[in-house]
Design a binder for this molecule. Structure first.
Ligand code: NI
Length: 173
């Protein structure tokens, strides 16, 4: 199968160093950016996931895709290029998982409400005020662009537990 329109992208998993790199701003939204965005949206829904950052598909430019209404049946894909959290408040704790951190989930504390700015795929400025699951998703995905994973926000004890589990699995395979 070599149909690029249906092909999923490879999702890089921890401890792949690309997940620790800081993605660079997109300076020119060109054809490659459009191809990347389409591939990321396809890959996110195929996984299935509610958000995906460019690092996760091995691309170090600042692009995130996410579902605007996570948890609902109707798909509402959204793109943000060079996203930035400009404001945030409150606190929300919820169990998180990540397509790049396999077979693990943990409670993470985040801001309950965030305002995020960025650009859409046509280069138009966009701002989003989000709360709840969408606010969590945006913080999680923007973290990825800075080389941060949700397991960096959990206790060192829990993180050590995950690393141990991962090592055991690598030995078994
Ligand atoms: Ni993630």
């Amino acid at each position: 199968m070599n149909d690029e329109h249906s092909e999923k992208m490879k999702i890089h998993v921890y401890p792949d160093p690309v997940l620790r790199a800081r993605a660079e701003p997109v300076l020119d939204i060109d054809g490659d950016t459009q191809t990347l965005i389409d591939g990321m949206i396809r890959t996110m829904y195929a996984a299935p996931g509610i958000g995906l950052a460019s690092n996760q598909v091995g691309n170090l430019t600042r692009v995130i895709v996410f579902d605007r209404h996570p948890g609902e049946d109707d798909r509402s894909p959204f793109v943000l290029i060079n996203p930035e959290i400009v404001d945030g408040e409150g606190k929300i704790v919820r169990e998180e998982a990540c397509l790049s951190v396999v077979d693990f989930s943990a409670e993470v504390s985040r801001m309950a409400q965030v305002s995020v700015k960025g650009f859409d795929r046509e280069g138009k400025p966009v701002s989003i005020d989000a709360e709840g699951l969408l606010a969590i998703c945006l913080q999680h995905e923007i973290d990825h662009l800075n080389g941060t994973l949700y397991i960096d926000h959990i206790s060192s004890l829990k993180r050590a537990l995950y690393k141990k589990k991962l090592k055991k699995r690598q030995k078994e395979s």
